[in-house]
Design a protein around this ligand. Structure first.
Ligand SMILES: C[S@@+](CC[C@H](N)C(=O)[O-])C[C@H]1O[C@@H](n2cnc3c(N)ncnc32)[C@H](O)[C@@H]1O
Length: 397
């Protein structure tokens, strides 16, 4: 695929694009929950063979084809290993991994899939070895090339082994696009805050546990969508909270209030999984009666005021909470502002905000001062420190 490169992003953009595919393949392969990177080191040409032990000479030649042997005494190769974490565990105890070899000159990266059994025995899937190379044609044009070692014998299952056609027709154009975009995000992706493996295991457990609700769902809304979405959000929170307890050596499960809780399923799951809390919504739902008395749900209109501060809750949750969205960080911060003790008292307040809603606000109010828009952006993505810092500088009116 040719890349017209008036843009100044190459060759660095190639590595940013490759990094997305290496670290976050789930962005485009929806059958993956993510990957876990286990090894990373720089090696020289001679040592390469040792790392990819068991690989045929043909495969080794393929890995270094196009590589200029500079005879410099540098470790010009980097070697990484990633383990695939499928959304549905279909591989049993066998781990599906990939060795990734990157070489700077010319820029190229090779993916060598292998399987590892419980005893640590490794077998490479040579039929599925593939490579991306960036080649420079002239001042205007670069080429991003896809090469497969033995494409006639290609095997695919759509998970750890994508289809050859998909790699060429879907992934390759995406890499081209990512390589030419100069996007840097100041915020971390939400999943990068969590150990993806723990998330995946917990999600499978909770999905199994709560799937029965899909059959008895009394609301008019689509049960599959709501149950599995709330299971995913609950999983995220439970893993995040358990990590927080481990890091801060806390014993008590975190408490919470879900503002604008809707059907209350998230509240139900979190309470059922041991966290004290409640949900509030201006409109009660039929399903509330099905949960049982331990799931505390209150019908009430929340107004941003003195009567709706929750100083005892460790976490405030507002998931797609409509017009409440911009108020949640403010409500979260209020008890803190009153005590003038931002960093100590602000425990952990969470905003699952409706990002689009806030962005919509930003674009609707074109005359809105940039500082206000950036305040809204900051609170929407805020971790404790960011929010504390923002509020201490510019308390919202
Ligand atoms: C888009 S729904 C989201 C529901 C739920 N959080 C979810 O993720 O499925 C927004 C909810 O916020 C509630 N809500 C909006 N404004 C509210 C207010 N001022 N007080 C209480 N609930 C409110 C609505 O009744 C609605 O159930």
């Amino acid at each position: 695929a040719p890349i017209k490169a008036e843009c100044k992003t190459l060759p660095e953009g190639f590595w940013s694009a490759v990094a997305v595919w290496i670290k976050k393949p789930h962005v485009i392969n929806k059958r993956l929950c993510g990957v876990k990177e286990t090894e990373s080191r720089n090696v020289d040409r001679e040592a390469l063979g040792l790392f990819v032990n068991g690989l045929s000479d043909t495969a080794l030649d393929f890995v270094s084809s196009g590589h200029k042997d500079t005879h410099e005494n540098g470790k010009e190769w980097s070697y990484n290993v990633r383990t695939f974490i499928p959304k549905v565990n279909c591989y049993g105890s066998k781990l599906h991994k990939e060795a990734i070899l990157k070489c700077k000159d010319p820029p190229q990266v090779t993916f060598l899939p292998f399987e590892e059994d419980e005893d640590g025995h490794v077998s490479y899937k040579e039929s599925n070895i593939y490579q991306f190379r960036l080649t420079f044609q002239d001042a205007e044009t670069w080429f991003l090339e896809f090469h497969g070692l033995s494409t006639d014998e290609w095997f695919s299952d759509g998970i750890a082994y994508p289809k050859l056609h998909w790699l060429r027709s879907d992934l390759l154009p995406k890499l081209v696009r990512w390589a030419t975009e100069c996007k840097t995000s100041e915020f971390k992706s939400t999943l990068s805050l969590l150990p993806v493996e723990k998330y995946s295991v917990k999600y499978q457990q909770l999905k199994e546990k709560y799937k029965a609700l899909v059959k008895v769902w009394p609301e008019v809304t689509d049960p599959e969508k709501f149950v599995y979405e709330d299971v995913a959000i609950a999983t995220y929170l439970l893993v995040l909270w358990s990590e927080e307890r481990r890091e801060k050596d806390l014993n008590d499960p975190q408490s919470f209030v879900d503002l604008g809780c809707g059907n209350g399923l998230l509240v139900h799951i979190l309470i059922n999984e041991g966290h004290p809390g409640k949900g509030i919504d201006v409109r009660r739902r039929k399903i509330w009666d099905m949960y049982g008395p331990q799931t505390v749900l209150e019908e009430e209109a929340i107004t941003p005021s003195e009567s709706f501060l929750f100083p005892d809750a460790d976490w405030l949750i507002g998931n797609h909470s409509d017009e409440l969205t911009p108020w949640i960080p403010v409500i979260a911060a209020r008890p803190v502002i009153k005590t003038h003790n931002l960093s100590q008292n602000l425990k952990c307040q969470l905003l699952f905000s409706r990002w689009n809603y806030i962005m919509g606000l930003g674009s609707m109010c074109e005359k809105m001062p940039a500082a206000r828009v950036s305040f809204l952006n900051a609170v929407c993505n805020s971790g404790v420190e960011q929010l504390g810092a923002t509020l201490s500088r510019t308390p919202p009116s």
